[in-house]
Design a binder for this molecule. Structure first.
Ligand code: FAD
Length: 395
């Protein structure tokens, strides 16, 4: 009998899992999409490994036109009122290949939704309310009164995951007392594919290139300041962004309304229990300073489809594959959580002594080619144990 996978959560990660499974195997896939998403003006940095995954599962051609390659990245460490920001560290993608692409979330969502339909995935516009396990099956109750039964249930239902709660899986959580301000700005001059990250005393400020003379900003600030900024007249908010970023791209205009998100990190204590498995924000969440939140979820998608497809081919009960996924992915997510947490802590200190220590550290990285290429590989998502789809291979 064909293995049956139920995916709960129609966000970017849930849809990527559904498309990966349906395009690479004969497993039967049902997507419980949950509540329809609101407007998402954000764009995400998709690392080179994520691009290979999307190419392999037939999604990339549908977003390629709106994906902006990040050709190089510059990091500075300054006070907010420093007019000149010396480059502390700069990276270029290796052998001319970009290490990441900025892709509008709405375009990615649209491409994944179209691909789900083209692959004939059964999509149900309902939410999971409860589940029960039997010896060889798992049955999900829906808020429309229906039930569906499968071999495994993937909980990709976001950071407040209801299914994780029903499974009794706890989370370790840290609130940063900071907010992420996100929005799109238009600028007079071209960015040439350059991403800039200024480490400022209240938190990092990133300017990430979009197609045309536009960039996406991710600015970490204190909650009170963030609230004032998003409520400000967009013209004045643009001046405020110029004050922080400078005029290296000419005059800036706020295009899409600025939004704020309270920042926190979390990690589920386990990524699988019985026939239930967690993926994406249901399993982990990290500080957005390195733009790696979605990339971690994409690695979950690639790793989970790999272990499930392998188990299905060997005729195994699909749930036997889940512990391997849980060990593999939890270690990687925990490591990324720690790295982003420590970077945020290190760069959010105000003292001049800390700045001196940081600049020595960054200067060393900049001069040592080997260390630098390791950093680039990390940013491109090509370090560690890489799932096959992320190497561009079929399952
Ligand atoms: C300020 C900020 C900037 C960021 N920038 C980046 C970036 O540049 N690059 C990057 O890689 N990441 C970034 N991230 C992180 C990234 O946005 C998330 O990690 C990613 O969107 C998570 O996707 P997901 O599908 O796991 O969860 P979600 O997007 O939350 O999707 C969950 C889905 O589950 C559905 N659902 C909920 N309950 C149920 C239920 N009971 N049954 C069925 N369905 C249900 C919901 O309707 C939703 O569709 C950023 C995050 C923040 C806060």
């Amino acid at each position: 009998m064909v293995g049956r996978v139920i995916v709960a959560g129609g966000g970017l990660v849930g849809r990527t899992i559904a498309v990966a499974l349906a395009s690479q195997s004969h497993l039967s896939v049902t997507l419980l999409a949950g509540p329809p998403p609101g407007r998402d003006e954000r764009a995400s940095a998709v690392a080179a490994a994520g691009r290979r995954l999307f190419s392999r599962i037939g999604v990339w051609p549908h977003v390629a036109d709106v994906a902006q390659p990040i050709e190089d990245m510059v990091i500075t460490d300054s006070r907010a009122d420093d007019l000149i920001r010396p480059e502390a560290l700069s990276f270029e993608g290796e052998r001319g290949a970009p290490f990441a692409y900025m892709v509008p979330n709405a375009a990615l969502y649209g491409a994944l939704t179209d691909r789900c339909a083209a692959l004939g995935i059964t999509e149900i516009a309902a939410s999971a309310t409860y589940y029960t396990e039997a010896e060889r099956t798992i049955t999900v109750e829906l808020d429309n009164g229906d039930t569906i039964t499968g071999d495994v249930l993937v909980a990709a239902d976001g950071r407040a995951s209801r299914l994780r709660g029903i499974a009794g899986i706890g989370v370790v959580e840290k609130h940063y007392g900071q907010c992420g301000i996100v929005g799109t700005v238009a600028h007079e001059d071209p960015h040439y594919g350059r991403a800039t990250q200024h480490f400022l005393p209240n938190g990092p400020f990133a300017m990430l290139p979009l197609t045309g003379n536009r960039s996406s900003i991710v600015w970490t600030e204190r909650p009170q300041f963030a609230k004032t900024l998003v409520e400000m007249d967009p013209f004045i908010a643009g001046l405020e962004i110029e004050r922080v970023f400078g005029l290296s791209l000419g005059r800036l205009t706020v295009e899409a309304p600025l939004m704020m998100h309270p920042l926190s990190a979390h990690l589920a204590r386990d990524f699988a229990r019985g026939r239930l498995v967690l993926a994406g924000d249901a399993a982990h969440g990290i500080h957005p300073l390195a733009g790696q939140g979605l990339n971690l979820g994409l690695r979950d998608a690639a790793a989970l489809s790999e272990v499930l497809v392998d188990a299905g081919r060997q005729g195994e009960d699909l749930s036997l594959a889940l512990p391997r996924y849980a060990r593999w992915r939890r270690a990687d997510a925990a490591q990324m959580l720690l790295v982003t947490d420590q970077l945020n802590a290190l760069f959010s200190r105000r003292s001049d002594l800390m700045r001196a220590v940081r600049s020595i550290g960054l200067g060393l990285v900049d001069r040592r080619d080997k260390l630098k290429s390791l950093f680039i590989q990390e940013a491109a998502g090509i370090e560690g144990e890489i799932p096959r789809l992320m190497r561009g291979d079929a399952l």
